[in-house]
Design a protein around this ligand. Structure first.
Ligand code: SAM
Length: 338
């Protein structure tokens, strides 16, 4: 890997935001069909020949590390459906950036963690976020169109047993779907030793059915939790999307991610790479930078670095969900990488 000194500098946008977090989608495929994310029959899958190879992913991560990226989060689709997911982690976690080896974490639905948590930890995975919107088996089945709650719960157990820390559990709060389970989810996470994190639903569904009215706001989430728990603001948020609160004085915490009602774009340090090699400077970006083209046409490491700088130079100050002209991105969350 060789990036020229004039390009081996931090990726900074026009607003001074320094980018240190690279989110990589390993696949657009998923073994669930969450109603708010994908239709029952799935979405038109990316062309197999366009999916970045592991060598290509590693090359991009090496260049990114030379540009100041210190954390790589693997996501999807479902990242653990990629047959060589453990190998990807092993190779990514040996890449050395300015703070030492890259920190490699993952967002997963947990279903394959019983088999893979241990090898993933041996490969260098440090942290995991497991998505879990409901603790009720019938509801899980309705919501994900798959009867797989026991596998997810076993996956959370496996994450702890393998030594992943912290384990965070992510739920999208949805009106009339799981908004009566917020307290139960926090209690479940607290008993398990995990941090529960609630996410406001964003307009990123394949069916473009999102409405603001159906979204449960962060304020509503906090009000519901405060009926039962004493919440105290906790910690310096930094570039994290979550506001964190101690529950009943701690040590357990709960996080609330108000992407829609209290956007944190001003502190955003994230850049995304889709499974088919497109760089995105925002979840809601309308444009992508074609890294696949650069990689497959003999591009140099400088070409990759230059594209990363150009992509971020075009980043807007905010996601614009509230702008009158807001248009939902063409790709759904599953194809961008959540
Ligand atoms: N399959 C993995 C998983 O389940 O965590 C990774 C990909 S999934 C798209 C990542 C996260 O995005 C999940 O926690 C999911 O609930 C969340 N998500 C999907 N659609 C969303 C939306 N419209 N708004 C907010 N979060 C969403």
């Amino acid at each position: 890997m060789s990036v020229s000194p004039d390009l081996a500098r931090p990726i900074v946008d026009r607003y001074g935001r320094v980018h240190r977090d690279l989110r990589i989608s390993l696949t657009d495929k998923c073994n669930l069909r969450c109603t708010y994310c994908m239709p029952a029959e799935g979405v038109p899958w990316l062309h197999k020949e366009n999916i970045l190879t592991t060598d290509e992913l590693v090359r991009v991560a090496e260049v990114a590390a030379a540009l100041g990226i210190v954390e790589v989060r693997l996501t999807g689709g479902e990242p653990l459906l990629r047959p060589d997911a453990v190998d990807v982690v092993a190779r990514m976690s040996t890449i050395v950036g300015e703070d030492g080896p890259l920190e490699v974490s993952m967002t997963t639905n947990g279903i394959r963690l019983p088999q893979l948590a241990e090898p993933l930890v041996e490969a260098g995975l440090t942290r995991v976020n497991v998505s879990l919107d409901t603790l009720r088996r019938d509801r899980f089945h309705d919501l994900t169109r798959r009867d797989k709650l026991p596998e997810v719960l076993a996956g959370i157990d496996a994450a702890f047993a393998a030594g992943l820390a912290p384990v965070k559990i992510n739920a999208v709060a949805m009106r009339g779907v799981n908004d009566d389970e917020l307290v139960d989810l926090v209690t479940f996470a607290r008993d398990a030793g995990a941090e529960m994190r609630f996410i406001e639903q964003m307009p990123l569904d394949a069916g473009h059915t999102w409405t603001r009215a159906a979204m449960v706001t962060g304020e509503e989430i906090l009000a519901e939790l405060e009926r039962v728990f004493d919440l105290t603001e906790f910690g310096d948020r930094g570039t994290s999307p979550a506001e964190r609160f101690l529950i009943d004085g701690g040590p357990t915490t709960v996080g609330v991610i108000r992407s829609v009602t209290l956007p944190f774009c001003g502190a955003c340090d994230r850049v995304r790479l889709t499974a088919d090699g497109q760089l995105r400077n925002c979840l809601f970006a309308r444009e992508e930078s074609d890294l696949l083209g650069v990689l497959r046409s003999g591009g140099t490491d400088d070409d990759i670095a230059a594209l990363m700088h150009t992509c971020i130079a075009g980043k807007l100050p905010g996601h614009g969900i509230d702008d009158p002209g807001f248009l939902q991105p063409d790709r759904p969350m599953s194809a961008i990488g959540g």
